[in-house]
Design a protein around this ligand. Structure first.
Ligand code: ADP
Length: 444
């Protein structure tokens, strides 16, 4: 049902979706984050711990040796290049490896070392000589399950007899097969099927149950209930662990339903601020005018790396094409690309192979490209009620205080949108100065 709408230059076909804002689902975003993550995300906050038994001593570790792991597991950790536990691992690992096992709910943003922590717990509790599933990990999608499986394989590289299996749709197991792999990672629907209908997994033999990405999980129809049905069939001595990047009330409610007597660990996210960002606006008549203003500042912005935000896919496409036709090297990152394609574009940008990235809101959240010095709002972020979307504005432009490189932000504003910009200015109590695009010297 695609419609062709000629552009000013009469060149590209757009589909009806293009008018929509780019909405990218949580699972894709989470996967994207994993694909482009190269190192730990640090936080300057303290880890908050809530013990189920507040009188028991609280252990934390500064080294992996202190955990008394199996030799082959320690080797695997060092082979991955880990020198010491991450902030969340310092607290989480002693609890996860304690005897008797303790249950845990842990929340911290993506990239803080949660996956590595529970993979370590699974690998340390597995008995390689017993050939049946002993650890069960639920993930929201096949791709996310695969990512976790890769970590198991890397960390367990020297645990030669330990193997992973994926309980995901499409993984056909012939009737009468015995599942001999010790670690099973899968999506709730298929795991449920394997446990109850096909009886491939005996839940009473599971020692470690992990529910990963709980916030993404509850976002998917049916996954909460399926997960709970699986959990109900686990033995009482099974260790239960739940992880989430965010912790809204709904995630919390789910976590408490599914994890009995938990310890709770939280690591707050670094707050975004506009303090070290100089913000400007350029008043424009229309889209063409905005484009002209962008061209005028273009020379200035390509000194560093820039991200240009548009509100709709259509606008982003239009702008990309227009800039390319005018001989600028830009790349387009939008939600219609596959996650792999998006990851590779972000990677090229990070490597400095691309200087200017045009995108929709897909890029505003979660993805931090630290070297970006200039952000252009080709369109102001507004919500459905045509009010400014403060949160998205902050995500597009804000930095965490600690990595506070100075940045520049430009807003291309149609005259009638000026009141929205003023609301943004008031909301953040920060200055957004008008800029004459003919006179870039003003920003020096
Ligand atoms: P999360 O599950 O919270 O998103 P991950 O466990 O995937 O975090 O870790 C994020 C990145 O940091 C990964 O590339 C992982 O290999 C790396 N990492 C995890 N723990 C450590 C550590 N202790 N030292 C160094 N790097 C680590």
């Amino acid at each position: 049902k695609s419609t062709t709408i000629p552009n000013v230059d009469g060149s590209i076909n757009n589909t009806e979706d293009d008018d929509e804002e780019d909405v990218v689902d949580l699972a894709s975003n989470s996967l994207l984050n994993k694909l482009i993550r190269q190192s730990l995300v640090e936080s300057s906050h303290r880890v908050e711990v809530l013990q189920k038994d507040p009188s028991s001593p609280l252990y934390s570790v500064k080294t992996f040796e202190e955990l008394r792991l199996k030799e082959e597991l320690l080797k695997g950790i060092y082979a991955m290049g880990f020198n010491r536990p991450s902030k969340i691992q310092e607290m989480a690992l002693p609890m996860m490896l304690a005897h008797p096992p303790q249950n845990l709910i842990a929340q911290s943003q993506s990239g803080t070392g949660k996956t590595a922590a529970f993979v370590l717990a699974m690998l340390s509790r597995v008995n390689a000589l017993e050939l049946f599933p002993q650890c069960l990990c639920l993930a929201p999608t096949y791709e996310l399950a695969l990512q976790t499986g890769r970590v198991v394989e890397r960390m367990g590289k020297f645990c030669v007899d330990v193997q992973v299996m994926y309980a995901v749709r499409g993984n056909q197991i012939p009737r009468g097969t015995d599942v001999t792999k010790q670690i099973v990672i899968g999506t709730p629907g298929t795991v449920l099927d394997w446990c109850f209908k096909r009886k491939l997994i005996d839940l009473t033999k599971i020692r470690v149950f992990v529910l990963d990405e709980a916030d993404v999980m509850i976002d998917t129809q049916g996954f909460s209930d399926q997960s709970i049905r699986i959990q109900r069939a686990l033995p009482s001595e099974c260790q239960m662990l739940l992880f989430s990047a965010t912790f809204e009330e709904s995630v919390w409610q789910f976590a408490e339903r599914i994890i009995p007597d938990p310890n709770v660990i939280k690591l707050r996210k670094e707050e975004l601020t506009l303090n070290n960002i100089r913000q400007y606006y350029v008043l424009c008549e229309n889209r063409k005018d905005k484009y002209q203003a962008l061209c005028n500042i273009y020379g200035g912005i390509t000194i560093g790396q820039a991200i240009i935000f548009c509100q709709t896919r259509r606008n982003a496409k239009w702008l990309t094409l227009k800039m390319m036709q005018d001989g600028h090297q830009v790349s387009l990152l939008s939600g219609e690309l596959t996650v792999d394609q998006r990851a590779s574009i972000i990677q090229r940008f990070r490597d400095g192979k691309e200087k200017v990235l045009i995108t929709t809101n897909v890029c505003a959240r979660g993805i931090d490209v630290k070297q970006v010095t200039i952000v252009v709002n080709f369109d102001l972020p507004v919500n459905q009620a045509e009010e400014p979307d403060y949160e998205i504005y902050l995500h597009r432009i804000g930095r965490t205080g600690r990595f506070g490189k100075k940045g520049l932000a430009f807003n291309m504003i149609e005259v009638e949108k000026l009141p929205l910009l003023m609301k943004i200015q008031d909301h953040f109590n920060s200055n957004i100065n008008q800029l004459d695009p003919e006179d870039m010297d003003e920003i020096e």
